[in-house]
Design a protein around this ligand. Structure first.
Ligand SMILES: Cc1ncc(C[n+]2csc(CCOP(=O)(O)OP(=O)(O)O)c2C)c(N)n1
Length: 532
């Protein structure tokens, strides 16, 4: 006979899900009993950090990630990170402990009385199996549910006495199933889109994270080159990943995130083809028509809800990569002129302290070609995108939900998923605090992320928002004496402060990049928003 635990680990093994992130409590220990040697448990010191690590790991490994949380309080701690994973559309199995079944009705200590309500609405499915022997099948269902488009977290609450229960011998029928769900658009829909592109006077293309997820950079590049389309990236607010090489001559930058300026940026084009993005991840609210009267739009997305809620344009609900490939086969080339290339950014000058733009010029000079950047430095997102011009697939991760704490934790997960590629995690000193204990995990597991912390002693972007919102006199926007360097060192991540200009920064960054373990560079930067 087999018990629930053995059957569940067998299921995870079959799906290649042998890395588990978590923070354990008494209700999770029965799951971890006799932990199989070919599995890896990555300990995070707080649940939001565990979810962020699993999110980065799942995205960078293109697998369903697994995070195990403590019962009610642990799931509560995880909610902000679950919001991010949901926004990132990250396939994630979230398991959580629950009281012994006999204890639930009497509401014993640590009972999660509303176990399937708590994680909503940030999970696609939340379930507590009605019988112990159903746990492996529920886990299987959650894995399939998470992976199917639109991908996202699914949640299973497991009463702690379930793990030692026996399972039926016919379990294999449920556990051996494969479920595949990538579907392209109907041929007539593909043909209609090809004709619209051929008939357009001045079409452009907007690349979203879904292109990276569906492994379709090649198709996106081939399509825009054949059809000579100008390319934009979807606004950075929702561009959790990149769908197009940003050093390509037809790339014209990142769209602004607010309604009116975004519509103005697209106004010169009579057709906008969007792939793998919502329409659009707007913020802040600057009202206006979503599109100019002369602009039409078609979005390709694998997310029906995203298609339905768009304020303008047509939508095709289908796998982005398969559909781009089909359009590529169908569409004729054009004799429209190739769009003029965007000017390279003007190098920033050395100042004391350095500007964020100058920091990114230095990073761009020394960043290894195969590097992965994980970004959470809110006031300088624009400057980083403009100056790094990241140009390889799977090389950029950003928390599309906007909840801070993703960057530092996800970077550890990304590096664990991609051990042979250098990972550089760029953080604001304020953002680092939301996942600060991830430094401990990076140190203990010797995860060799290079952390670059930009220190401006303030919540810089909030001062910019205050201007836009006509708010004056708001408290709580300054961060004096926040010493990330010392805090990271206390967790075991060595670091250096680069306060001596760009040469000093270059030297210290190179040293951090060549370190065998995690290393940190903190650089003082000037205040204010760095859009370019
Ligand atoms: C969980 C969470 N809490 C609060 C915020 C609001 N918030 C957005 S940006 C920001 C400031 C971040 O400061 P820092 O990392 O120092 O970056 P800077 O803006 O100075 O570049 C804050 C607090 C958020 N996005 N997420």
């Amino acid at each position: 006979m087999t018990n629930v635990r053995e059957a569940s680990f067998e299921l995870l093994r079959r799906h290649g899900m042998t890395t588990m992130f978590g923070n354990p409590g008494s209700t999770e220990l029965p799951m971890l009993h006799d932990f199989p040697s070919e599995f890896r448990y990555v300990l995070a010191l707080q649940e939001a950090v565990a979810v962020g690590m699993a999110d980065g790991f799942a995205q960078a490994s293109a697998t369903v990630g697994h995070v195990n949380l403590h019962t009610a309080p642990g799931v509560g701690n995880a909610m902000g990170a679950l919001f991010n994973a949901h926004a990132n559309k990250t396939p994630l199995l979230v398991t959580a402990g629950q009281q012994v079944r006999a204890h639930i009705t009497m509401g014993a200590n640590l009972t999660n009385a509303e176990s399937t309500t708590v994680p909503r609405p940030f999970v696609k499915w939340a379930f507590e199996p009605p019988r112990a022997q159903d746990v492996p099948a529920a886990l299987a269902r959650a894995i399939h549910c998470s992976a199917l488009a639109p991908a996202g977290p699914s949640f299973i609450s497991v009463p702690m006495d379930d793990w030692n229960a026996q399972v039926a011998d016919d379990r294999d029928m449920a556990l051996r199933r494969t479920v595949t769900g990538r579907a392209g658009a109907a041929p007539e829909v593909v043909a209609a889109l090809a004709r619209r592109i051929e008939g357009a006077t001045n079409p452009c293309f907007v690349a979203g994270p879904g292109i990276d997820v569906s492994n379709a950079w090649r198709q996106a590049v081939a399509l825009v080159e054949r059809c000579r389309m100008t390319v934009f990236a979807t606004p950075a607010t929702g561009g959790g990943r990149l769908g197009f090489p940003e050093n390509h001559p037809q790339f014209h930058g990142v769209l602004p995130p607010a309604i009116a300026p975004l519509a103005a940026a697209l106004a010169p084009y009579d057709l906008v083809v969007c792939a793998g993005t919502s329409i659009f991840p707007y913020y802040p609210y600057l009202p206006g028509r979503p599109l100019a009267a002369t602009t039409t739009l078609v979005a390709i997305t694998d997310d029906p809800a995203e298609a339905a809620r768009a304020p303008a344009g047509d939508a095709i609900v289908a796998d982005v990569g398969i559909t781009l490939q089909a359009v590529l086969v169908e569409v004729d080339g054009t004799d429209r002129p190739v769009p003029a290339a965007l000017a390279a950014p003007v190098p920033a000058t050395d100042t004391t302290p350095l500007s964020s733009a100058r920091v990114y010029d230095v990073l761009a000079e020394i960043l290894p070609v195969d590097a992965i950047v994980v970004l959470e430095s809110p006031s300088s997102t624009g400057a980083l995108r403009n100056r790094l011009r990241i140009s390889r697939p799977g090389s950029y991760y950003f928390g599309a939900g906007g909840g801070l704490g993703f960057g530092l934790s996800a970077a550890v997960g990304v590096q664990l998923a991609q051990p042979s590629r250098p990972v550089v995690c760029v953080l604001g000193e304020g953002s680092a605090q939301y996942a600060i204990t991830a430094f401990w995990t990076a140190a203990i597991y010797q995860v060799p992320v290079t952390f670059l912390v930009l220190r401006n002693d303030e919540y810089g972007i909030l001062k910019w928002f205050a201007d836009i919102e006509s708010v004056t006199g708001a408290p709580g926007l300054d961060l004096p004496n926040l010493d990330v360097l010392a805090t990271a060192a206390s967790y075991g991540v060595p670091g250096q402060r680069a306060g001596g200009g760009s040469e000093d920064l270059r030297t210290k960054l190179l040293a951090a990049l060549s370190s065998a373990g995690p290393a940190l560079v903190e650089v003082p930067v000037s205040t204010g928003m760095a859009l370019m």
